[in-house]
Design a protein around this ligand. Structure first.
Ligand SMILES: [Zn+2]
Length: 353
């Protein structure tokens, strides 16, 4: 699976060169589809031509910020861009743009954020006499040089440093840092070859204290909580932050992190409910196949580490394309409710038989 990338730049664009090298070497599963610049002489345009990437200078004079951003969006969307990467792009993006590519815009800033935001971070670091500065790659939100941090590399400041020597050292660190950060970003949101950018809302959200798998069944609000079916020892719940449409989970009522110490009937019921979930999805959504799996521990990708659960993820041929249609979180949550209704109906039909 390859993620389509659009790059915005005002300057030299050396970082674009390293991203393109990382693409061509196979290090990054991306394809840079479009490079846009707001300066006619931006080095990034030249680099794009060297690598045979479509590129365009868009003259900002005479347009408002909003109007200009809409033009950028048109070009990026037309190129099928899924991820926007800023390399020395000096304009502040409008709220419209940031929302349009919410959590899918990356920026690099030559300092260890939150220190030294804004202009000339090199001089700011020298003026403050810090011993370390560095580079930060972060997700762009509506504030300048602000948003969730993906990756940072510290860089020492030497006694003898000038503005230019420090800048050169930081730029050397950026060459590897930006491709690495993009890789980390993409891997954070991928399950096999699925690309599910909306999951970042979950990954970045503050997790409430307690355990959702203990709390939800106790609340007795099954429809609101997307609980589809209750067995004796386990229940079926829809994943509110799905990898794919129709993503279900089978969860035991008891709070346990492992499969050991279960009674045979508890384990049997978990598998029985898994089969039931598969059958329901097969009837209602006609997937081409399924991924079933249990995450154990935090590093396995589970948001809830200490309450075991079995994932049922329906898969369609070419479902990465299918999902992009749904990549707006709100659209997806409506789908969740619609899917819940469909599955409930199928369940009722099954019980009538
Ligand atoms: Zn629990």
């Amino acid at each position: 699976m390859t993620v389509s990338v659009g790059v915005l730049s005002s300057g030299r664009g050396e970082n674009l060169r390293y991203i393109l090298k990382a693409e061509r070497s196979g290090y990054l599963p991306v394809q840079v589809k479009m490079v846009l610049a707001d300066q006619p002489k931006a080095g990034a345009l030249q680099i794009a031509r060297e690598f045979d990437v479509p590129c365009l200078y868009l003259d900002p004079s005479g347009s408002s910020r909003e109007e200009y951003d809409r033009r950028l969006m048109q070009h990026l969307d037309a190129a099928g861009v899924e991820l926007v990467v800023l390399t020395g792009f000096l304009r502040i993006l409008s709220g419209t743009f940031v929302k349009h590519y919410q959590n899918r815009i990356l920026n690099i800033h030559p300092a260890l954020l939150p220190s030294f935001r804004g202009k000339d971070a090199f001089q700011q670091a020298l003026d403050h006499g810090v011993k370390w500065t560095g580079t930060t790659i972060h997700i762009v939100d509506e504030d300048v040089d602000h948003g969730p941090i993906i990756y940072q590399v510290p860089v020492p400041v030497r006694e003898t440093d000038t503005h230019d020597s420090l800048k050169a050292r930081i730029q050397r660190a950026e060459q590897r840092a930006y491709p690495k950060a993009i890789k980390i970003f993409l891997e954070g949101f991928r399950l096999e070859n699925l690309w599910a950018p909306w999951r970042i809302d979950y990954i970045l959200s503050k997790k409430p204290p307690g355990c959702i798998f203990c709390d939800k069944p106790r609340e007795e609000k099954d429809e609101e909580n997307l609980i589809l079916y209750r067995g004796k020892y386990n229940f079926i719940i829809m994943n509110a932050f799905p990898y794919n449409n129709g993503h279900l989970m089978v969860v035991p009522y008891k709070h346990t992190a492992s499969l050991s110490g279960w009674q045979p009937e508890e384990q049997q019921e978990m598998m029985k409910l898994a089969e039931m979930g598969v059958e329901l999805l097969r009837k209602t959504m006609k997937p081409d196949g399924f991924n079933l799996g249990i995450n154990m521990g935090l590093v396995a990708g589970a948001g809830v580490a200490d309450h075991i659960h079995l994932h049922i993820v329906p898969r369609w041929n070419g479902d990465t394309n299918f999902m992009l249609v749904l990549s707006d979180t709100r659209v997806l949550s409506e789908h969740l409710r619609a899917t819940y209704g469909k599955l409930k109906e199928a369940l009722a039909a099954k019980e009538r038989k």
